[in-house]
Design a protein around this ligand. Structure first.
Ligand SMILES: *Cc1c(COP(=O)(O)O)cnc(C)c1O
Length: 392
């Protein structure tokens, strides 16, 4: 018998995947030998090729971060006016629109997948609408078919923020195949990373050319600059990191799959706790998951404690969870005055944002850690006393 004690060291919601330092140093030697630090050197070229295979997409353009990648993706498609997006996302999603001079229009989300609800898009379309910017939240695929149908009917472009969806597949098709362009983030906290970095994935050859021009100041050749581009290039050190990390991705995914199953086992039957399973809308679709986050939803009425209470109580046990994505983007001061930001337009998002909690999830976490985190969570339930005794 042992009582539940706080963790000795803080447990954070995630830790970056660090490759064996030796494998990184080997890559660094190649960089030194080449004397090439940026401007699409050999590491960059190799990473682009590798990611095309891994993501199953004809074209990948690498960037210095995911936000710049998404800004350029919107520029490359010449989006303007208004773009319909979700309020339940990271700040970068609507900010990318603002940086393009575009007004975000917030659309409510699906109560199960927490992704943009395609059924609610149509009523938000105006003559100014040029695109839908959807997010595969927590790596759960959006309803890509319905979104495309809506876009086709109204002549809109579709851009996906696939920051959480590295390696996700629907029936064997890479998630980046859907829509006109998809952005992947390679930030240190993402499953695959280059410390900071990102990419745009596209199918269209001309679009790839335009994205690469926009990424590099619009320089076509030594004599010609043909558009107002930006500096979005990924450097060789980042690309080398990516190549080193890529070798560990499947192993990491395997570890996370085991942790996911362990969480499910230990939380089974806990009243008021449901697990986000990332299966998307259509259960018959064969979804390959990203295992980017482990997400639960807390029903305060059933569990007896609110998400916010659980978040605070976890801290006392040295467990630092995250309230992704609280607050909603539509509640930021810069967007709260938009007509689409009214709570009456976003009832589901307002409910979901109070329920969601990301629990610690990274390959370095042990099954015993997961068990302890779940024991701690269960001890919060009002019917069980804190300091409850558990059998060893
Ligand atoms: C991480 C993230 C981004 C931003 O990516 P950066 O590479 O950090 O710029 C964008 N959207 C979502 C949903 C994210 O989680």
């Amino acid at each position: 018998m042992l009582s539940i004690k706080p963790f000795e060291k803080p447990i954070y919601v995630m830790r970056p995947l660090l490759p064996e330092i030796g494998s990184f140093i080997d890559k660094m030697r190649q960089v030194w030998d080449s004397g090439w630090l940026t401007n699409r050197g050999p590491q960059h070229q190799q990473l682009e090729e590798s990611l095309k295979r891994v993501l199953k997409i004809p074209h990948v353009s690498l960037f210095n971060n995911g936000t710049i990648a998404m800004i350029v993706a919107c520029q490359s498609l010449r989006l303007s006016g208004e773009v319909i997006t979700t309020p339940f996302t990271f700040p970068a999603t609507p900010h990318v629109l603002s940086w393009n001079g575009i007004k975000p229009t917030f659309c409510d989300i699906d109560p199960i997948t927490m992704n943009i609800d395609p059924a609610r898009i149509e009523s938000l379309i105006t003559p100014q609408t040029t695109a839908i910017l959807a997010v595969h939240v927590f790596g759960t695929p959006c309803d890509v078919i319905k979104i495309q149908e809506m876009a086709d009917r109204y002549g809109l472009k579709v851009v996906y923020d696939a920051a959480h969806a590295f390696g996700v597949e629907i029936n064997g098709r890479g998630i980046g195949e859907f829509g006109d362009a998809s952005m992947f983030s390679f930030h240190a906290t993402k499953l695959f990373h280059t410390a900071e970095g990102g990419a745009v994935a596209v199918k269209n050859d001309q679009l790839k050319t335009r994205i690469d021009l926009l990424q590099n100041f619009g320089i076509k050749n030594e004599e010609e600059v043909i558009m107002p581009g930006i500096n979005g290039k990924m450097n060789e050190l980042q690309a080398a990191m990516g190549l080193a990390v890529l070798d560990y991705i499947e192993e990491e995914r395997g570890k996370r799959q085991k942790l996911f199953k362990a969480y499910c086992r230990f939380l089974e039957g806990v009243n008021g706790i449901s697990i986000c399973d990332n299966n998307g809308k259509n259960k018959e679709d064969g979804i390959k998951k990203s295992y980017q986050y482990f997400v639960i939803r807390i029903d305060e009425n059933k569990f007896g404690k609110s998400r916010d209470e659980v978040y605070e109580m976890f801290k006392k046990f040295n467990v630092f969870t995250r309230k992704y994505f609280y607050p909603l983007c539509s509640d930021y001061a810069c967007y709260s005055q938009l007509p689409s930001s009214r709570e009456s337009n976003l009832p589901v998002a307002h409910k979901v944002v109070k329920e969601v909690l990301c629990l610690p999830f990274y390959g370095g976490l042990g099954i015993d850690d997961v068990e302890r985190i779940c024991m701690i969570l269960k001890s919060f339930q009002s019917s069980i006393k804190v300091n409850a005794v558990v059998s060893s």
